[in-house]
Write a protein that binds this ligand. Sequence first.
Ligand SMILES: C[S@@+](CC[C@H](N)C(=O)[O-])C[C@H]1O[C@@H](n2cnc3c(N)ncnc32)[C@H](O)[C@@H]1O
Length: 221
Amino acid sequence: MRMRKKKHLDERLAACASVNLGWLPDAVHNDGNADRTSSAEIFGNDNPLRLEIGCGKGKFANTIAGRHPDINFIAVEQTPNVIVSAMEQTIEQKLGNLRYFMGNAEYLPKVLPADCIECIYLNFSCPFPKTKYAKHRLTSERFLPIYRELLINGGVILQKTDNRDFFDYSLESLKKGGFELRYVTRDLHNSEVKGNIITEYEQRFLSQGLPIYYLEAVNRK
Ligand SMILES: C[S@@+](CC[C@H](N)C(=O)[O-])C[C@H]1O[C@@H](n2cnc3c(N)ncnc32)[C@H](O)[C@@H]1O
């Protein structure tokens, strides 16, 4: 079923043009190619680039970009109803180092050059528990080659989830996909990890007393 369009969504998106890099499928030409844009062209500087996939309403992206003005961030989200709130927050906070792509992350290699990202955040990605939909999991074998292409050598994937089965699946998938597991905990909030930024979904799970699973996986080329 198609989600009902949020009231005034088009007007709100239009007002966010300064931080919106557009729809990913629209950036791809009929021949399947697109014009890849470097981080320097997008942000006007050579600062390192990080990516969040599935940013939702953008609490994490806006907080981390605010904390690190010398790092550039791109956040991707396929649901316009929520990404618009993230964009509005970026404008409100006057953040020059955070931009957004709308659409499915599978198109990212068409619009970004290889070896351009130092870190990918996967925060509470949809677990898609049914095997039938496993290819939509953001740590499936469909997405890992995309991350390997975009990440620099030594670049990392940082994943948080409340879902144990999805976490175990991700650990196996990442190992099979050529990533080196650098750090793994099954209880992030009682671990030695410092500076964690709590996302919208994380807040919900924490208030239910659920443990948060967390991993860091390194890309070795
Ligand atoms: C469960 S929500 C988590 C939102 C946020 N990261 C948080 O922790 O509060 C997962 C989000 O990922 C988005 N998403 C899932 N698969 C995606 C894909 N292939 N490309 C872009 N966004 C995706 C969904 O639309 C959804 O908003």
